[in-house]
Design a protein around this ligand. Structure first.
Ligand code: FES
Length: 90
């Protein structure tokens, strides 16, 4: 799913020390899946919390508000990158 947001731009996504180019339009979970990462998920709607990852650098745009979503813990099914980001498992 693409979420039109500002001007399209590329970002560098680092997950578990592997880097790839992503963008600021597509759901982060989908971008990780396209790269072959198997991220656990269930609802894909920001409800179950299964897809949570720790954001250790950079910014994401939240698409839903939820209690699990706090500090540097993100629900990757419900956000898009805003900048280069660095993620690890939660
Ligand atoms: S898959 Fe359920 S919150 Fe992301």
């Amino acid at each position: 799913m693409f979420v039109p947001y500002d001007n399209y731009h590329m970002v560098v996504i680092t997950y578990l020390d592997k880097k790839f180019f992503g963008n600021n339009q597509q759901i982060l979970l989908e971008q990780l899946e396209i790269q072959g990462f198997n991220i656990p998920y269930s609802c894909r709607a920001g409800i179950c919390g299964i897809c949570k990852l720790a954001l250790i650098a950079g910014r994401v745009r939240k698409l839903t508000e939820h209690l699990i979503y706090r500090d540097n813990i993100i629900l990757c099914c419900s956000c898009i990158p805003e900048s280069d980001i660095n993620l690890i498992e939660f």
